[in-house]
Design a binder for this molecule. Structure first.
Ligand SMILES: *Cc1c(COP(=O)(O)O)cnc(C)c1O
Length: 404
């Protein structure tokens, strides 16, 4: 059998649809965020990154970088095992305590990524709780969907951010089966935010536990950077809060927080927690430093909010439509995969501006977009350069008709 031919057929189909993924090959320059070197056919050149999830530039913060170097010096590169077999390092425990404190929970549990934490926690809960039903917001992230699917539990989808629809779905279920309401706080593609308190009202009324993905909110919202639930004063009403160390905290790794018994349950039964090498101790220590810093400092969050507001205002003045939302994410809708890729290529080639086209299946077909994430390290000149480049392209590409 010619397997490569089988693979190529499907790849060609992606290419024809304009959905084939091409990665920008970057070399981040420590201390220069959001600037980076981009490797291309003609060597490398400096560009400005406009689509990073290192929202606050913490991945290059001097305290975080120094701490990682220090602990590599002390502990070496790797953890040396799974958490169960010699891989639990003191720095993992310190980080779990830091995370439990951040979210006001009894305990926390680390995973190698946010993806793995969602996959492992939801698949374990759904599989181990007899007759469990998971009620999932229709726009939940792929990692949650895969976890629910793997659990083989019954999944009921409710309308995005709609507590009334959630209530209707809950009311239709048997009173005595365990129910889990799974949702996110900041949805990363549209940048809208869940009404957490109202969702908790409904969940509590029906005795359901709440599972909240705060991946795009941790480090970013609330007085100590614990997320939207902290900002809204409802952290104690959410049963399980899941987050990442790889976005605003700037390192890598994922976690859940909740009661001691809940964390012990996932620790004891989740294959995605047990059968994999633990995070390097230096990664854990660097993440802890980043969290601690953002618990005390709001300077990064405050300046980022200023930059987000400035970019929105400048786009409005230039007549470039973007989704209005209450978060830090600025989506400019293109609604066509080929045009979206073309615009992204022009921005990179002509203006040294890097924004990845967001196409299917990350977003539904027909809602392709450019998604801008201003950081506190983007200067006002960076903003001006971006908006004037978009203005030029807007006129050239007749894209304005497409999005009108
Ligand atoms: C990125 C993302 C994850 C996965 O987090 P990683 O740490 O990057 O694996 C989980 N949930 C949502 C909503 C995400 O956007």
């Amino acid at each position: 059998m010619d397997f490569d031919a089988l693979f190529a057929t499907q790849l060609n189909q992606l290419k024809e649809e304009g959905n084939y993924r091409i990665f920008a090959e970057l070399e981040r320059e420590c201390g220069q965020h959001p600037k980076a070197q981009c490797h291309g056919e003609d060597g490398k050149r400096q560009i400005t990154v406009w689509c990073s999830n290192d929202y606050l530039g913490m991945g290059q913060h001097p305290k975080v970088v120094e701490r990682m170097q220090e602990v590599i010096g002390q502990c070496g590169a790797g953890a040396g095992g799974t958490r169960n077999i010699s891989g639990t390092n003191h720095h993992h425990r310190l980080l779990e305590d830091e995370l439990a404190d951040l979210h006001g929970k009894e305990d926390a549990l680390l995973f190698t990524s946010g993806y793995v934490s969602n996959w492992a926690a939801l698949s374990t809960l759904g599989a181990r709780l007899r007759d469990c039903v998971i009620l999932s917001d229709e726009l939940n992230h792929a990692s949650m969907i895969e976890g629910m699917r793997h659990s083989r539990a019954k999944v009921v989808i409710w309308k995005h951010n709609d507590p009334a629809d959630l209530e209707a779905k809950l009311a239709a279920l048997p009173a005595n089966c365990p129910k889990i309401v799974a949702f996110e706080s900041v949805y990363s593609m549209d940048g809208d935010i869940a009404p957490i308190a109202e969702i908790c009202d409904v969940a509590e009324k029906y005795g359901a536990m709440t599972y909240l993905d705060e991946v795009h909110a941790v480090g970013m919202y609330g007085p100590r950077g614990a997320g939207i639930a902290e900002r809204d004063g409802v952290m104690d009403r959410v049963t399980l809060i899941e987050g990442t160390l790889g976005k605003a905290f700037g390192v890598v790794g994922g976690y859940i927080t909740g009661s001691k018994t809940l964390c012990d349950f996932i620790r004891s039964f989740a294959s995605g927690f047990i059968f994999t090498t633990a995070l390097p101790p230096a990664v854990a220590a660097a993440a802890q430093t980043s969290i601690r810093h953002l618990k005390e400092s709001s300077a990064e969050r405050d300046l980022q909010k200023v930059r987000v507001a400035q970019l929105r205002q400048m786009l409005d003045r230039a007549g470039i439509p973007h989704i209005d939302n209450p978060s830090h994410i600025i989506p400019v809708m293109i609604k066509d995969p080929v045009k979206c890729r073309m615009l992204s290529d022009y921005l990179m080639d002509e203006f040294g501006i890097y924004v990845q086209p967001i196409n299917y299946p990350t977003v539904p077909k027909g809602t392709e977009r450019l998604r801008f994430t201003p950081s506190p390290n983007h200067s006002v000149d960076d903003l001006r350069h971006l908006v004037s480049a978009l203005e030029v392209l807007w006129k050239q590409c007749a894209i304005s008709q497409a999005v009108a």
